[in-house]
Design a protein around this ligand. Sequence first.
Ligand SMILES: [Zn+2]
Length: 135
Amino acid sequence: MHEAALVQGLLDTALKAVEEHNRQQPEARVKRIEELVCQLGLIACVEAQTLAACFELFAEGTLAQGARLTLETAPLACRCESCGHSFELHQRRFVCPACGGDTIHFSGGHGLTLLSLRVESEDTDHARTYSGHSG
Ligand SMILES: [Zn+2]
């Protein structure tokens, strides 16, 4: 299942980031991931609900159990083949805003990228936010 592979990759990235943090800062161990903020490619062709269900399943028994999965749609960089106009698509509507042409060139747009994590540490009640990396 496509969703399963995306979610597994996302979860691996998040858990690795937390492990790394706990190794470097054992005095402020992360005990739980509260939220994962991610960007989903515009043409990833997956259901947000299916992603959430997969995530819940895979996160069970890990630090991310019960965490919230927040999805944002990643804009897709496009170029019109007719007039050469470059633009970003935020909806799956492949029409050039400059000339109305429908021969649109684009690349990517399939991935699920971790943007940031909100976690709970052992030593404090404060939630911390870590920035991920995109790409
Ligand atoms: Zn155009």
